[in-house]
Design a protein around this ligand. Sequence first.
Ligand SMILES: [Zn+2]
Length: 145
Amino acid sequence: MSPGKLIFKIEEYISTHTRELLSVKDHKKLSRLLFKSDIPLSSHLHQFKIDPSEYLTGVQCPFCSQYAMERYSGTWNCTVYGHTAKDAHFQAVDDYLILISDTITNRQFREFLHLHSPKLATKLMANMNLNCEGTSRKSCFYTQH
Ligand SMILES: [Zn+2]
């Protein structure tokens, strides 16, 4: 696809999606499209700076793609079809670290994954090989490096 055509496609996409929530998946698709193109990223990426509040949050079911997983009994349970997946949050955290910020705090983790318990968040993050950068456990910024 020529750069001109691509820009047109992207603009068309944005104009038809402005009122909808852009899912992380859509955003990823868009980013991938841009990375594959020859267009200087810096000149266009700002268009995709989307406020974190506009993302669909929550944990996506790996089986039916609904953002409807709830954590209980030590696993993620799909509230639509009853699927279960132990590590369904990995994808959500990956998306967060790629698209929103390269660090994530306990509070951001809970907000993004719709968790209430800071303790559970700490436990889940501890199992994800995220490193803590910060002066205390409370002010941890977790990164993947
Ligand atoms: Zn499901």
